[in-house]
Design a protein around this ligand. Structure first.
Ligand code: AMP
Length: 408
């Protein structure tokens, strides 16, 4: 499903484009429309499924298109950890860049300056607040937080919050909110205590279950941790190492598909490319040649990762780390179909390590890191860090710059 089908405000599309999202993930497909319709939601969805944008986008669209008070808090997102607060604030910052929706992350552990900044934003009004429970209570106890206009409440990773003993804090925060509001609850698991919490907070919720698909067990998965310039020589080496009959190489961008396919053609591999710039009949011809084994290697964008059934693919190579876990599973699921064995390799550059770690989290295990042959020289260590690069995220007690277009 394409994002245009949700009918979002133009300003959101610019943010969606700048984040590089093209099609909605399954959780986004299922929750965005009910949220736009004003329904309460209880959704089981794990990290890596695109759940953050699934709630941020419709909430932001409502803030942009429905009447609201600009000087009061509109949406409150409660999360278990600082790291998650930072991550959501960063997604918020990217997606809202061309709007003038303001947001702030409110979490413990900072210094006095951050508390003062938070206090200023919470008392003068900020559209979206992303908070951890303890820190929010500290502010609420001081009496300046303007909660009377909160229309949207999101509880993210609610199961983790309960495990961490935040039940009473959550209920206390909620006691400050107006009764009339839309509630969205996201949780990886749905234990009994979660259902009890949901009963207390949600109003006739729509229940959504995003079953996380797992890749077939017979796929051998390995990853190569490399520097960008090592990728082309390494892929050539891999393709020459064995007599592969059918290989799909996935790239995240059309530009990479074109460049790689050019390089492989120059090295005399049997290769063609497939992406959305090709006419339908060109694509069909390439696919036909690949199916009929006239062509050994197909370099493709994710256009090919879902729903296309080609038998007997020996090897899938992720030349770039896919955007999310679902895409990874769909891509590697092109091999080892119908009980045959298959191999899936992923190239991970330094800036993709964090994204790959999220995919591993979704898979529930680490993927073996293969040894890059010595002749390629030193390679980076695999050392993914939580993405906290920018220090404290987007604290806009003032209005945003950027898009420059006025609100509504
Ligand atoms: P989340 O499950 O919200 O933590 O998202 C996991 C990753 O998927 C993040 O890096 C998001 O930026 C990315 N993502 C979310 N939605 C999409 C989409 N529709 N297309 C591509 N990437 C996405």
């Amino acid at each position: 499903m394409n994002f245009t089908e949700f009918g979002f405000d133009e300003r959101l599309f610019e943010g969606i484009d700048s984040m590089g999202y093209e099609t909605a993930t399954p959780v986004q497909e299922q929750v965005i429309i009910p949220i736009l319709q004003g329904k309460d939601i209880i959704a089981s969805a794990q990290t890596g499924t695109g759940k953050t944008a699934a709630f941020l986008l419709p909430v932001m669209n409502k803030i942009l298109t429905e009447p609201h008070d600009e000087h009061l808090i509109n949406a409150l997102i409660i999360v278990p950890t600082r790291e998650l607060a930072v991550q959501i604030a960063q997604a918020m910052e990217g997606l809202s860049y061309f709007t003038n929706i303001s947001s702030i992350a409110v979490y413990g552990g900072g210094d006095g300056t951050s508390f003062t900044t938070e206090k200023k934003a919470l008392s003068s009004g900020v559209d979206v607040v992303i908070c951890t429970p303890g820190r929010m209570i500290a502010h609420l106890n001081m009496g300046y937080v303007k909660m009377q206009a909160v229309k949207y409440l999101v509880l993210d990773e609610a199961d983790r919050m309960l495990d961490m003993g935040f039940h009473d804090d959550i209920m206390k925060i909620i006691s400050f909110l107006p009764k009339q509001r839309q509630n969205l609850l996201f949780s990886a698991t749905m234990p009994m205590k979660m259902r009890e919490l949901a009963r207390k907070i949600l109003h006739h919720p729509l229940e959504i279950n995003i079953a996380v698909s797992k890749p077939p067990e017979q796929i051998v998965q390995e990853a190569f941790v490399v520097y960008e310039p090592q990728k082309i020589p390494l892929i050539k080496e891999i393709l020459r190492s064995k007599d592969f009959q059918s290989v799909i190489v996935f790239c995240s961008k059309k530009m990479n598909v074109k460049q790689l396919s050019f390089e492989l053609k120059r090295a005399r591999f049997s290769v063609e490319e497939i992406h959305s710039d090709l006419e339908q009949d060109q694509r069909e011809q390439v696919l036909l040649d690949f199916r009929n084994k006239k062509l050994k290697i197909l370099v493709a964008t994710d256009i090919l990762s879902r729903g296309i059934d080609i038998e007997d693919i020996d090897l899938v190579i992720n030349y770039d780390v896919p955007n999310d876990g679902e895409d990874y599973i769909h891509r590697i699921g092109r091999t080892a179909r119908a009980a045959s064995e298959g191999t899936a390799y992923t190239f991970i550059t330094e800036k993709e390590q964090q994204r790959f770690a999220q995919i591993e989290e979704l898979l529930g295990h680490a993927v073996t890191k293969a040894q890059v042959p010595e002749q390629f020289g030193p390679t980076p260590a695999y050392n993914p860090r939580p993405s906290r690069a920018g220090g404290r995220p987007h604290q806009s007690s003032g209005r945003k710059q950027g898009g420059g277009k006025p609100r509504r």
